[in-house]
Design a protein around this ligand. Structure first.
Ligand code: PEP
Length: 251
């Protein structure tokens, strides 16, 4: 069985003090959860302080982004430096990176490969715009993002990659995909993974849903056969909401 993942993407929020307070709350209230992996991705400035706070905690620290090389790249962060500061995972290909910073699939693929080569786990984000969905192009878009962004990976690499399906129209809008819409996309993604790799790799890969996940919709989403967890933005900024999401109702 796939162990679920609940991941919080704090984006560009939280001072170091605020981040420490939230992380301490989560550590105190989630450390007994043994059947769910918890990941948090704070802003870069909070990574080092949080790494100390989360020592002896099962909560995994993740970067929100990385650059595929090291050296003369002002303002960027490498997978090796993320590891050095205590990260064990990184989010790559988030729609905000794709849309606001014009990141293309081939560049995202370089990042995925660099992060995996450094030993980080990768949360690889994909998702369609509302226009693409309305034009019935959702599967076509997801397939292109997966084929290009995951190009060159083998089954061994896939043991450290988690896919996050995040329909762009649902991110930060309060308009979550319905359970059926999310399940349909996840089922498609798993089918594609079994074509690109093999059935056992596809069955073992965690596929997270992201897009306005809240305490009041997580239970239904987690009830779907191919939804293995959530990537949570806004609701990960409040301890009580994120804790409720991590403690979703099992059936
Ligand atoms: C996200 O940014 O990955 C996200 C899913 O945000 P929100 O939960 O706020 O929609």
């Amino acid at each position: 069985m796939r162990t679920p993942i609940i991941a919080g993407n704090w984006k560009l929020n939280k001072t170091v003090d605020e981040a420490l307070a939230l992380a301490k709350d989560l550590k105190g209230q989630l450390s007994d959860l043994t059947d769910v992996e918890i990941i948090i991705a704070p802003p870069f400035t909070a990574l080092a302080p949080l790494a100390s706070t989360l020592t002896d905690s099962p909560i995994v620290l993740a970067g929100q982004n990385c650059f595929p090389s090291e050296g003369a790249y002002t303002g960027e962060i490498s997978p090796a430096l993320l590891r050095d500061v205590g990260c064990r995972a990184v989010i790559i290909g988030h729609s905000e990176r794709r849309q606001l910073f014009a990141e293309q699939d081939d560049f995202i693929n370089q990042k995925v490969k660099a992060a995996l080569a450094t030993g980080l786990k990768v949360i690889f984000c994909i998702g369609e715009t509302l226009t693409e969905r309305n034009e019935n192009r959702t599967f076509e878009v997801l397939e292109k993002q997966i084929r290009m962004g995951m190009s060159g990976l083998d089954s061994a690499a896939m043991t450290r990659l988690t896919v996050a399906y995040e329909p762009i129209w649902a991110i930060g809008t309060g308009q979550t995909a319905s359970n059926e819409q999310a399940q349909e996309a996840h089922h498609f993604i798993r089918g594609l993974l079994s074509q690109l790799f093999d059935v056992s790799t596809a069955e073992a890969t965690r596929i997270l849903y992201g897009g306005s996940v809240k305490p009041d919709n997580i239970d239904g989403l987690m009830h779907q056969a191919d939804i293995d967890g959530a990537l949570v933005g806004g609701a990960s900024l409040k301890a009580c909401d994120f804790i409720r999401i991590a403690r979703y109702k099992r059936c």
